[in-house]
Write a protein of this length. Structure first.
Length: 325
């Protein structure tokens, strides 16, 4: 006769309970996923399989809201080196750690044999409990010639904002120049291409977000906010199929280089956003010198106006304060 346990059904298998809170799933040699109550919030690919022309580097995709809405785009046909959410620099001396052609003063965009890569070396930390998850690792920035120019210590922290429909990702990086010489870091804009100040933490949004609304302190707009300076910038758009909306807000840490940062953002051609401390003026990273940068990315369900985005930005700023250097 089947045993009638006090906590289980009569006969059969006791169902496995759903995991609670945040968790990590490590796919060795490939990626780490962060989950919430068992559902994937993000997948962080640590060992990309991209061709050299796309400057292989770790990236986050998919990136999802708490309700499961996808808010990132992987390898779009117009710019195949755009990979969800990631950190990339197009002009590092003569090197390109962004992918594709390099823009330089005079010749403009030209495909050169200078696309480098960022290679995972080792993990510092992989930890998760019910309230937070952390991925920390060391990367080598390797030039097209096979030489290490920069060593990076990167940390990604994830928390869920209690009582809200939002979660927060903080992205911290420490770049150390090991090239043996000074490295000027810039963007196509610093080389003369007006309005193209992309360089740094870059997000590419879903196709359905093309034409979405850009949110800034006290105002909203679209491409007209490209180049604006501010402590935060957001983007809200709608999803195909159900028509629901989601919002992302990026927050610049107060101790970052050139805070409040200029922002690179586009809505009309496609949805993308990037805090751009190298977008207007080159920064020279001296040999053996370090550069620290920290950002928060708040991922929320629903459509928000500038006031709502300001509340989300406050969540991001709080998370940055709790994770100060």
């Amino acid at each position: 006769m089947p045993y009638a346990g006090a906590s289980g059904p009569v006969g059969g298998l006791l169902p496995e309970p759903a995991p609670l809170g945040l968790g990590l799933q490590h796919e060795h040699g490939r990626s780490v996923s962060v989950t919430h109550h068992g559902a994937q919030l993000l997948r962080y690919v640590t060992h990309p399989w991209d061709p050299q022309l796309e400057s292989p580097r770790p990236y986050v995709h998919p990136l999802r809201t708490l309700s499961g809405q996808l808010v990132s785009l992987y390898r779009p046909h117009d710019h195949v080196w755009h990979k969800g959410l990631g950190f990339a620099l197009p002009n590092v001396g003569e090197h390109n750690f962004w992918g594709g052609p390099t823009y330089t003063r005079g010749p403009g965009y030209r495909q050169s044999d200078n696309d480098g890569s960022m290679r995972h070396r080792s993990f510092d930390v992989l930890h998760a409990d019910a309230d937070s998850a952390t991925i920390g690792h060391v990367l080598d920035w390797v030039t097209a010639a096979g030489e290490t120019a920069i060593v990076e210590h990167r940390r990604i922290d994830v928390t869920v904002a209690a009582g809200t429909n939002a979660w927060v990702l903080t992205w911290s990086t420490r770049l150390t120049n090991v090239s043996g010489g000074a490295l000027p870091i810039g963007s196509p804009a610093t080389e003369g291409r007006e309005g193209a100040g992309y360089a740094g933490l870059f997000w590419r949004g879903p196709r359905s977000w093309t034409g979405g609304t850009v949110l800034a302190p006290g105002r909203s707009g679209d491409d007209d906010l490209n180049g604006v300076h501010g402590p935060w910038l957001g983007f809200t758009g709608r999803h195909d199929e159900g028509g629901d909306a989601s919002t992302l807000v990026f927050v610049d840490a107060e101790d970052n280089l050139r805070h409040p940062t200029p922002w690179f953002v586009r809505s009309g051609l496609y949805a993308c956003l990037c805090p751009a401390p190298f977008g207007e003026t080159e920064y020279v990273l001296d040999d053996d010198a370090e550069l620290h940068l920290r950002y928060a990315v708040v991922v929320a369900d629903g459509e928000h106006d500038p006031d709502g985005a300001a509340h989300l930005a406050a969540l991001g700023a709080k998370s940055l304060t709790q994770r100060s250097r």
